[in-house]
Ligand binder design. Structure first.
Ligand SMILES: Nc1nc2c(ncn2[C@@H]2O[C@H](COP(=O)(O)OP(=O)(O)OP(=O)(O)O)[C@@H](O)[C@H]2O)c(=O)[nH]1
Ligand SMILES: [Mg+2]
Length: 358
């Protein structure tokens, strides 16, 4: 184990891969390993890319990675499969599309399954991201298919969350229903080579404006300031074709969001490699924004809070499961409840007390 840690620290890729596998397999000793390897401050730019199946997330991730590589930066990509590693299609497709990248030593690609984590981002995925960061990758891109809990949890794991939509019927409305409006730092309308792209850009812009307006009414701030936005010639106004302009996101969803980040709506055609530079600019600008506004610090703190709670819960649950499995009196306790001589609550309290004493 100490050999593994040493290899990890000296930047050996096989050690990184092994460490992630240990995390995935909950191998014995993994806690001690994480406790050792993760004693570093997070440095990486963590980019989450989410959206419906087939929206072009992998293609965009590959293109962004290509741009970052051209700037000499190393990139790690985690593709999260919400079902299983053997569900076929999606991941195989990713592998093929990311083939060119896979031979680049400056790129590390890993597919992970979330398995039984209630459809959310598995704890192991979050730990893998931390490992990639600790290993020294300055960029960690996490791709999650936008179904269920995973896409919402990505926001907690990433510094910048990119939501990719495509101009297909109802995508915009679906996005609002699925809560994507709440998690996006940057919207992307991909496949803009298809009809309806401009309309979707408009719809998203309007939805963001509506939301901002509602929040304003609540907080008594002034109206949404769209005047001249996007015309200031500032780099972070990523999309040239954005009728909605930049929407003050902070006012849109309250104090939890960074002050005055206007959520850009970027138009891309990943298939034709169009709009990718603007998207990367938006991501970089968002990173700069959260760093200077204190939001990055807040997000990192929230992440640590969540992680501690998570691990405490995991540990306690495991102890409880072990105790219950070995509890000789359990049958008696159940019988007592069945006959009305005790209640599940009283029994549970007694068990918890016993666990805490053990
Ligand atoms: N027409 C068009 N097709 C695109 C564009 N971008 C990606 N595609 C195609 O859309 C399909 C899905 O692309 P992916 O990048 O695998 O999409 P994804 O969101 O990663 O898909 P999953 O991971 O399976 O959810 C592929 O066949 C791509 O070639 C685009 O801008 N225009
Ligand atoms: Mg994909």
């Amino acid at each position: 184990m100490s050999r593994l840690a040493a290899d990890f620290r000296s930047g050996r890729r096989p050690a990184l891969a092994r460490a992630i596998s240990m995390v995935e397999g909950s191998r014995p000793g993994v806690n001690a390993l994480l406790d050792d390897l993760l004693r570093v401050e997070p440095q990486a730019r963590r980019i989450g890319i989410t959206g419906p199946p087939g929206a072009g997330k992998s293609t965009l991730a590959a293109l962004i990675t290509g741009r970052l590589r051209a700037q000499g930066e190393e990139v790690a990509i985690v593709a999260v499969d919400p079902t299983s590693p053997f569900s076929g299609g999606a991941l195989l497709g990713d592998r093929i599309r990311m083939n060119d990248l896979a031979v680049d030593p400056g790129v590390f690609i890993r597919s992970m399954a979330t398995r039984g984590s209630l459809g959310g981002l598995a704890a192991t995925t979050r730990e893998a991201i931390d490992l990639l960061d600790a290993f020294g990758f300055p960029n960690v891109i996490v791709e999650t298919v936008g179904v269920g809990q995973t896409q919402l949890e990505i926001q907690a794991a990433a510094d910048s969350t990119v939501v990719v939509l495509v101009p297909e019927s109802g995508d915009g409305i679906q996005a609002m229903k699925a809560g994507l409006m709440e998690i996006a730092d940057i919207f992307v309308v991909n496949k803009s080579d298809r009809v309806g792209a401009d309309r979707l850009v408009r719809e998203i812009g309007q939805a963001l404006m509506l939301r901002a307006g509602r929040a304003h009414a609540g907080t008594g701030h002034h109206g949404v300031d769209l005047g001249g936005m996007g015309r200031k010639g500032r780099r972070e106004t990523a999309s040239g074709d954005r009728p909605g302009g930049r929407i003050p996101a902070a006012k849109a969803s309250g104090a939890s969001r960074a002050a005055s980040w206007g959520i850009p709506v970027c138009k891309t055609s990943a298939g034709r490699d169009q709009g990718v530079d603007e998207l990367l600019e938006a991501i970089v600008a968002h990173g700069r924004h959260i760093a200077s506004s204190g939001e990055l610090e807040r997000r990192r703190e929230a992440r640590v809070h969540a992680r501690i709670r998570d691990v405490v819960e995991r540990r306690l649950r495991r102890r409880a499961e072990r105790f219950l499995a070995a509890d000789d009196e359990l049958a008696e306790r159940v019988a007592a409840v069945r006959r009305g001589r005790a209640t599940a609550y009283g029994v549970a309290d007694a068990i918890v007390a016993a666990i805490l004493k053990s």
